[in-house]
Design a protein around this ligand. Structure first.
Ligand code: ADP
Length: 184
């Protein structure tokens, strides 16, 4: 199984990523986690990453591709992945599709978890990540609306978008995704 999860910050990509990865026995790859790990490692690239994340800005594509492509290629070789957070913009999706054709990693579906903004805000404010302050959250929601949400139409046009109500219990969301995915 090869899936991409798309949702606004606070939308539950991480939770569904883990649940779906164990359900389909593939790897969950969270771009946010991969980038945070690099930041924690304190490498020169990691220090750059930390700056973008602290502000709630998207990390530069060159850094993102450098860290994510090897991880995705390795998972593809082991049978699949649940991608969470990458690609995150239309230019990233176009570039990733190009790389994917060369390395043979593609997407069976893109799952869009749709939630109303008040629910997102409430969830984010209840979390304790360092980029979850009110000001940075507002900025990340704006970045999603402007830069990531065009991916919804991008994947719909390609016929692989599955839109799910993300304001349900986690178990119900997983079950709905499983029921609606074209399965073996
Ligand atoms: P959320 O979706 O809740 O904001 P993530 O863990 O997915 O949380 O992302 C946190 C941060 O990591 C983003 O604000 C951004 O700085 C960076 N990031 C994650 N994925 C990408 C990506 N594909 N391209 C650029 N930056 C990214």
């Amino acid at each position: 199984m090869k899936l991409l999860l798309l949702a606004a910050p606070g939308g539950g990509k991480g939770t569904q990523g883990e649940r779906l990865a164990s359900l389909y026995a593939v790897q969950h790859i969270s771009s946010g986690d991969v980038l945070r790990a690099e930041a924690r490692a304190g490498t020169p690239v990691g220090r750059e990453v930390a700056g973008y994340q602290r502000r709630g800005d998207l990390v530069a594509d060159q850094i993102v591709f450098g860290l994510l492509v090897p991880a995705v290629a390795a998972a593809a070789a082991r049978g699949g992945y649940i991608l969470d957070g990458f690609p995150r913009t239309v230019p990233q999706a176009v570039q990733a599709f190009d790389v994917a054709r060369r390395l043979d990693f593609t997407l069976d579906a893109t799952v869009y978890l749709n939630l109303p903004e008040p629910v997102l805000l409430q969830r984010l404010l209840g979390r304790a990540r360092t980029d979850d302050t009110a000001e940075v959250i507002r900025h990340r929601l704006q970045v999603f609306a402007e830069t990531t949400s065009p991916l919804i139409a991008y994947y719909r046009d390609r016929g692989i978008l599955l839109e799910v109500n993300g304001d349900q219990p986690a178990e119900a969301i997983t079950a709905e995704i499983q029921a609606r995915l074209p399965g073996p």
